[in-house]
Design a protein around this ligand. Structure first.
Ligand SMILES: Nc1nc2c(ncn2[C@@H]2O[C@H](COP(=O)(O)OP(=O)(O)OP(=O)(O)O)[C@@H](O)[C@H]2O)c(=O)[nH]1
Ligand SMILES: [Mg+2]
Length: 332
């Protein structure tokens, strides 16, 4: 059982693994181009919906959005993938975002669930916000135009698809995928509602041009906002292991075929290679072939288990959530 281990009995690492900032930096041409086009297009939209990953509500949002885009127009922060995080903490997260960052409109969604209450509340919230805002140059326009922005892979296109299919009963229009950088073309305009007509502009995920904080970069990598091979699967798996041990989340022990928690990523991956039978054949200098653990494949398996929720519901930003003593006890 995952809960039988006591964190205090182990000497786990207390510091985030060191990683070169270069590995966490990804700002390809399409992001630079996309950002400029988005900024130009801003005056022709009525509202900006920023989508982010609910597992990292306090980190990883692109500060360029905050400084240049979300202040200029009415703004809704959608924290998506709520199915992968701790549901009971959502109200506290929302309160903290409002109190500390002044974000008034926070909605939690699961873009894979048609019945999600958060998803259903987006359309009326958009209408309400736009009706109560000064639309300046757009006050004569009957159609509402909403730009969807966010870092890569948080579910921007999935959200638009789901809103379109639930509000208009039309099939999905946009490609989505489990790796970062699926949407490259800027400004695909999708109608998601008929009365009033609401159009959504899909945009490519945009990261900060340079990494300001290594742990933040690793959290983004773990949530697949960077491409795994650019950072390195072993590095991402090591950060995951560090985080799970530090926070007493031991489902990985059974999952990886271990007998008890372990803070050494090599040992964890080698044990996993036996459990999952992930081996690679290599040829020795004398021409003999032999099997060695396929460490990268096992690292991929472990990362995938986190991303699909098999290692538990996780709030990667739990250290940034303000809690009282009573709550500390509940979460311990
Ligand atoms: N569990 C879960 N997965 C989701 C949710 N929303 C989207 N996904 C998955 O997350 C991945 C990324 O979704 P996309 O919609 O392509 O994300 P995006 O933000 O448009 O990504 P880019 O275009 O690459 O920036 C896909 O595998 C989706 O199926 C959600 O609410 N919960
Ligand atoms: Mg997309």
């Amino acid at each position: 059982m995952a809960t039988k281990f006591n964190t205090a009995a182990y000497n786990f690492r207390t510091k985030c693994p060191y990683v070169s900032k270069d590995l966490l930096h990804w700002f390809p041409g399409h992001m630079n181009k996309g950002l400029k086009q988005m900024q130009r297009k801003l005056k022709s939209v009525d509202c900006v919906i920023e989508v982010h990953d609910a597992r990292i509500p306090f980190t990883g949002r692109n500060p360029i959005f905050t400084s240049t885009m979300t202040g200029a127009k009415p703004h809704i922060l959608v924290l998506n993938k709520k199915d992968l995080t701790i549901q009971s903490l959502l109200p506290k997260i929302k309160d903290q975002l409002t109190a500390e960052e002044g974000i008034e409109n926070v909605i939690f969604t699961n873009s894979k669930d048609q019945n999600c209450r958060g998803l259903k509340s987006i359309r009326p919230r958009i209408v309400d916000i736009i009706k109560n805002s000064n639309r300046y140059n757009r006050s004569e326009e009957l159609d509402y135009s909403v730009m969807i922005i966010g870092v890569p892979n948080v579910g921007k296109s999935s959200l638009i698809n789901m809103l379109r299919s639930t509000n208009m009963r039309i099939k999905h229009a946009l490609p989505v995928g489990a790796v970062a950088g699926i949407t490259r073309s800027v400004m695909t305009k999708i109608r998601i509602n008929n009365d009033p007509k609401i159009f959504m502009l899909d945009t490519p995920g945009i990261l900060e041009p340079s990494v300001t904080n290594i742990e933040m970069g690793l959290k983004l990598a773990l949530c697949a906002s960077l491409q795994d091979h650019l950072v390195g699967e072993e590095i991402i798996a090591d950060y995951l292991l560090y985080w799970l041990n530090k926070h007493g989340k031991f489902k990985y022990v059974d999952y990886m075929g271990l007998e008890e928690p372990c803070d050494d990523i090599n040992k964890v991956l080698i044990t996993g290679s036996i459990k999952f039978n992930r081996v690679r054949r290599i040829r020795d200098f004398d021409g003999q072939t032999r099997e060695v653990p396929d460490i990268i494949e096992v690292a991929r398996t472990m990362i995938k288990a986190f991303r699909t929720g098999e290692l538990g519901k996780i709030l990667l930003d739990i250290n940034l959530l303000k809690r009282n003593r009573e709550e500390e006890k509940i979460l311990a």
